[in-house]
Design a protein around this ligand. Structure first.
Ligand code: CAA
Length: 283
C-alpha cells in the first residue's frame, strides 16, 4: 500500500500534532473536527509552530509554505473522500470513539487502514465495532507529537500482521520510531508511566514534598526531561485519571487505584495546562 493522503479525525492537542507531522512529511492531510473553532485553533497553532521552525532555521520558508498548503480542514464528514489511512484522535471516551469510527470507516479506501490514537481504550474492543477489524490498529502518538519520536503500534487481537507491517512503514515515513506491542490495558507506555505519575500524586498528598521538589528530584535524580507532576499537567489530569481507571478496572489490582487527590483535582476542573491550572499555574 502506498499512501499520500491521510484523514485525521479530531483537532485537539493530539490530532493537530498528528496532522502537522504528516503534512510536514509530504502527505495531503484532511483534518476534521465537528467544532469549527477547534479547526481554527489547530491551524493557528500549527502555523505558529511552523513559522517558529523557520525563525529558528530548522525549516526552509518554502517547505513551511508547502506544508501549510497540504493541510486541509474539513468541517463536515460529508465532505471527506476515501484515503488509505484514517487516524481517529477524538476525545478519550469509548462511546464517542466507537460512534466516530463507525461513521468514518467508509472513508478508508479498499486495502486501507483505520487507526486510533487512543492511549488506553482496548484496540480489540474498538476493532470489534468496525467492519474490517483486521485492518484496525492502534497508532499511539506522544505529546507534543511534533517533538516526540515514538509511535506505539498496538496490535489488537484481530489486527492482521500485514496491517501492523504497513503501519510501521507509514510511521517511519513521518520520521517516527514505531514500536510494536500487543493490546493489553495501558499497552506498555501507560502501564508503566501512569503508576509513576499516580505515585508522585500520592507523594504530594502525603505531604512528603511540594510539587516543585517532587519534580526536581525526579528530573535531576532520574534524568527525566520533566517531573511527573509537570508531565501530568501536560498530558491532562482528566486523561491520567481515565487511564488509571482503565488500568484499575481491567487489571483489577489495587496498585493502579487513582490517587484521591487526582480525582479531586479533576472534580475541581483543574486539568493541567489545558485549563491553565493543574499542579502548576499556566498564564
Ligand atoms: N508543544 C509544542 N512545542 C513545545 C511544547 C509543546 N507542548 N513544549 C515545548 N515545546 C517546544 C518549545 O517551544 C521549544 O521550541 P523552540 O526550540 O522553538 O523554542 C522546544 O520545544 C524546546 O522546549 P523547551 O526548551 O521549553 O523544553 P525542553 O527542551 O524541556 O523540551 C519537551 C520540552 C519536549 C516537552 C520535554 O520536556 C519532554 O520531552 N517532556 C516529556 C514529554 C513526554 O513525556 N511526553 C509523553 C507524554 S505521554 C503521552 O503523550 C501519551 C499518553 O498516552 C498519555
Amino acid at each position: 500500500m502506498s499512501t499520500n493522503k491521510v484523514i485525521v479525525i479530531g483537532a485537539g492537542t493530539m490530532g493537530r500534532g498528528i496532522a502537522q507531522v504528516f503534512a510536514q512529511s509530504s502527505y495531503e492531510v484532511f483534518l476534521h473536527d465537528a467544532v469549527p473553532a477547534a479547526l481554527d485553533s489547530a491551524v493557528t497553532s500549527i502555523h505558529k509552530m511552523l513559522d517558529r521552525a523557520v525563525e529558528k532555521g530548522r525549516m526552509e520558508a518554502d517547505d513551511v509554505a508547502a506544508t501549510k498548503e497540504r493541510l486541509h480542514t474539513v468541517d463536515a464528514t460529508a465532505k471527506l473522500t476515501p484515503c488509505d489511512l484514517v487516524i481517529e484522535a477524538a476525545t478519550e471516551k469509548p462511546d464517542i470513539k466507537i460512534a466516530i469510527l463507525q461513521e468514518v470507516q467508509k472513508f478508508v479506501a479498499d486495502g486501507g487502514i483505520l487507526a486510533t490514537n487512543t492511549s488506553s481504550i482496548s484496540i480489540t474492543q474498538l476493532a470489534a465495532q468496525t467492519e474490517k477489524p483486521d485492518r484496525f490498529i492502534g497508532m499511539h502518538f506522544f505529546n507534543p507529537v511534533p517533538l516526540m519520536k515514538l509511535v506505539e503500534v498496538v496490535k489488537g487481537l484481530q489486527t492482521s500482521d500485514e496491517t501492523v507491517a504497513q503501519t510501521i512503514a507509514i510511521a517511519e515515513t513521518v520520521g517516527k520510531t514505531p514500536v510494536k506491542c500487543n493490546d493489553h490495558p495501558g499497552f506498555v507506555s501507560n502501564r508503566v508511566l501512569m503508576p509513576m505519575i499516580n505515585e508522585a500524586i500520592f507523594t504530594l498528598q502525603d505531604g512528603v514534598a511540594e510539587p516543585d521538589a517532587i519534580d526536581t528530584i525526579m528530573k535531576l535524580g532520574m534524568n527525566h526531561p520533566m517531573g511527573p507532576l509537570a508531565l501530568a499537567d501536560l498530558i491532562g489530569l482528566d486523561v491520567c485519571l481515565f487511564i488509571l481507571e482503565v488500568l484499575h478496572r481491567d487489571l483489577g489490582e489495587d496498585r493502579y487505584r487513582p490517587c484521591p487527590l487526582l480525582r479531586k483535582m479533576v472534580q475541581a476542573g483543574r486539568m493541567g495546562r489545558k485549563t491553565k491550572h493543574g499542579f502548576y499555574s499556566y498564564d
